[in-house]
Design a protein around this ligand. Structure first.
Ligand code: PAF
Length: 297
């Protein structure tokens, strides 16, 4: 007979086995607690802490965090090998944020036979980030679907910084009839506007200064929203042009679900650029037309 998974409320428990974690969350659900899940790749920062803190505020929930640098979402020549993995510090963050379960599987535990069956993200998966990083979103959706199947969360929280990822995860949940309620949380920023990201650690001092142009560009674009789409793009482009170190991959104005931008109404402005070997992304919500000021999201 299998040993019952042991669990002491209020303490952090670490699991590396998918089966063990699944049994623990199932047992907790049977006691009436809801599962709030924050999937991460570790190198936890204020943005992740905000997701955990929001998750914890949902009544009667157990906070489950996963830490797994998912090889499937990195392309050849990307930063899979050098991606930061400060596990001990990450576990301390999870404990400080009062997570009760942390899942840190090995690669073989999640992909015992490699990844032969994957989730296809549909056309949006080939646009914007997907156009620059082919296969990235299939990798993201595959691991998120697997984690959802293991954890069976009631709520799953993701940052709006990766807005296309958030959009695709919501689409996957809807299109594949999955259960979790997906909650997007606004981007957490440094005082100068730079979106918090584990990859900011790669930037040297000069690049760190230049990196603020991304948030400045989407903010400038958002504030031009009342003048329409062309004004939004022109305002953002002017900021980016003032920082020649940035190699811009795209600057795009889309609808709130990343379909075509409307003439009037809610929209998203997204930017991605490279600084040396580091790729950074940012985005902002805005309102097109109607004479209203945009908002910075
Ligand atoms: O946003 C991330 O950290 C990752 O893409 C995620 C959602 C944890 C999947 O590996």
């Amino acid at each position: 007979m299998r040993a019952k998974p042991s669990f002491t409320a209020g303490q952090l428990h670490r699991h590396t086995s998918p089966d063990e974690l699944a049994r623990t969350t199932r047992a907790l659900r049977a006691t009436g607690r809801k599962i709030a899940f924050v999937p991460t790749m570790g190198a936890l920062h204020e943005g992740h802490r905000e997701l955990m803190s929001r998750a914890r505020r949902i009544p009667n929930t157990v906070l489950v965090v996963s830490i797994f640098v998912n090889p499937l979402q990195f392309g050849a020549g990307e930063d899979f090998e050098r991606y930061p993995r400060p596990l001990e510090a990450d576990l301390e963050v999870c404990a400080a944020e009062r997570a009760e379960l942390v899942f840190t599987p090995e690669r073989e535990a999640l992909y015992p036979d490699g990844a032969q069956v994957t989730v296809h993200p549909g056309p949006l998966g080939d646009e914007l980030e997907g156009a620059v990083r082919p296969g990235h979103f299939a990798g993201v959706l595959t691991v998120v679907a697997k984690l959802f199947n293991i954890v069976r969360p009631d709520y799953a929280l993701f940052g709006e910084k990766d807005f296309q990822q958030l959009t695709l995860i919501k689409k996957m949940v809807r299109d594949l009839d999955m259960d979790p309620h997906v909650i997007g949380i606004p981007t957490v920023r440094e005082r100068d506007g730079l979106a918090k990201s584990s990859r900011n650690a790669y930037l040297d001092a000069g690049q760190r200064t230049a990196a603020t142009a991304l948030s400045a560009a989407v903010t400038a674009g958002a504030y031009a929203g009342a003048q329409g789409a062309q004004a939004v793009l022109a305002a953002a482009e002017a900021v980016l042009a003032g920082t020649p170190e940035l190699e811009v991959d795209y600057l795009a104005l889309r609808g709130p679900d990343l379909g075509p931008a409307p003439d009037q109404g809610e929209a998203r402005l997204l930017v991605a650029a490279r600084l040396g070997g580091t790729r950074l992304i940012d985005n902002a919500a805005l309102h097109l037309g109607g004479g209203e000021l945009g908002t910075h999201g």
